[in-house]
Design a protein around this ligand. Structure first.
Ligand SMILES: Cc1ncc(COP(=O)(O)O)c(C=O)c1O
Length: 419
């Protein structure tokens, strides 16, 4: 069951380890809720992607929104990764992590003036632009700053990525990107924008994509569009293919980057562009992390049994937000089962990690491990119910380090003004 999480395994003593460190030693030291990440998994997943596309010399820009811990960003940057950001806050993190600005790409539909200014000042690689008003704003700001803004236009190829509707981004009805008709129009208008350097196109169709066909369809559409651009006299050196590769949460069998690349590479090479960018998030971080939590109470309320733990939707929102599935296992292996709802202490009925699921038998004070919690997990955490956000630990072999300390109550009220 934990096959998809190679570096989180039960060992002979019946306990789950991250690499060579027993999770119980981490909970003793740092308490719960606790996010634990495997350094080897992060590295291997980054390299899997890089190697898969090596022959086209890809720039892999890890998507900061998936996991924005600066220590993790730095680790990926040290491996050669660039970063995909969607806000000035993420730019701040990216620079703090030591990412060379020429490896930072900036997406998102609502970039504010101050964010554009900061990105231009920082000399980032490029903006992924999502609308004409945004392009016009960037042109005005670049003019005022006496510079030229490097830009990719994000197109929306109207492809169904066959994923949850909340993480579908490349269909006509989504707010992201531009349909081809509008995009060509904007390319033409950009001819009079002296402070825009329109270098390429960007296309991200969705997240947790488990089949190759949506990528294929998007590429075919992009190819047609590039041909149209060429016939209008536009030279397009850059293609950014976004992220989206899915992982196993339950029983999905997503194709591996190598298999996907094998099928897509002929198509990619046919696009006649010079530079390729990819923006993976989930593939690199998703199965590189877990959330460890402690059982507070077992509440029998026939016909239900509730296992009440000390993590909640504020720590890991995905199950409440998307009804996302996460495997949940006992930290100490148990063969007996129990049918239960694992719930958090938050005052919302949506605050549940499992609903009527057969789980490992656990008792009060036992620890449980929520798997596949390395992406869109801590980065979506909040302080709802005035709960401090969890600590984060990074394991490397038999070593580990605290990469974010648990928040204190002082942290929580630090910005409030008490008259
Ligand atoms: C523009 C863009 N690029 C990259 C990503 C990362 O996607 P994933 O984590 O599925 O690889 C996202 C996620 O939504 C995105 O919107």
């Amino acid at each position: 069951m934990t096959k998809m999480m190679v570096n989180f395994q039960y060992k002979n003593d019946g306990e789950m380890y991250c690499e060579d460190v027993p999770l119980s030693s981490l909970t003793e030291k740092f308490g719960t809720p606790l996010y634990v990440y495997s350094s080897s998994s992060l590295k291997q997943n980054y390299l899997d992607l890089y190697e898969a596309y090596k022959e086209i010399n890809p720039l892999i820009c890890f998507s900061v929104k998936a996991n924005s811990n600066i220590h993790i960003l730095k680790k990926l940057v040290d491996l050669g990764s660039g970063l995909d950001i969607v806000s000035e806050g993420e730019l701040y993190r990216a620079l703090k992590a030591g990412c060379p600005p020429e490896k930072i790409v900036f997406a998102g539909v609502g970039k504010k003036t101050s964010e554009i200014e900061k990105a231009l000042e920082s000399n980032i690689k490029m903006f992924n632009v999502e609308s004409y008003p945004e392009l016009a704003r960037i042109n005005d700001i670049a003019k005022r700053m006496n510079t030229k803004a490097p830009v990719c236009l994000r197109v929306n190829p109207d492809v169904d990525p066959k994923t949850h509707r909340y993480i579908t981004t490349g269909k006509k009805e989504n707010k992201f990107g531009l349909d081809f008709e509008l995009a060509i129009d904007i390319f033409k208008k950009s001819r009079t924008m002296d402070h825009i350097d329109l270098q390429g196109i960007h296309c991200h169709v969705g997240s947790q994509i488990t089949e190759v066909s949506p990528f294929f369809k998007a590429l075919e559409a992009v190819k047609g569009f590039l041909e149209q651009l060429a016939s209008e006299g536009f030279e397009i050196p850059v293609f950014n293919f976004g992220g989206g590769i899915g992982i196993t949460y339950k029983d999905e069998r997503p194709q591996k980057p190598k298999e996907i690349a094998k099928q897509l590479l002929p198509c990619l090479k046919n696009l006649n562009v010079k530079e390729f960018i990819f923006e993976p998030g989930r593939y690199i971080a998703g199965n590189s992390g877990v959330l460890v939590t402690q059982v507070q109470y077992i509440k029998k309320s026939p016909p239900k049994t509730f296992v009440i733990v000390d993590s909640a939707m504020n720590d890991l929102l995905r199950p409440s937000l998307y009804q996302a599935y996460h495997h949940v296992v006992a930290l100490k292996k148990h063969s007996q089962k129990l049918k239960a709802d694992i719930v958090g202490p938050i005052c919302e009925s949506a605050d549940a990690f499992t609903v009527e699921r057969e789980i490992d038998l656990v008792e009060q004070n036992d620890h449980v491990v929520i798997l596949s919690a390395g992406a869109y997990a801590f980065s979506m955490a909040s302080n709802y119910n005035t709960r401090p956000r969890a600590a984060e630990v990074l394991v490397d072999g038999e070593n580990y380090e605290l990469i974010r300390r648990r928040e204190t109550y002082e942290d929580l009220i630090a910005q409030e003004i008490i008259s």
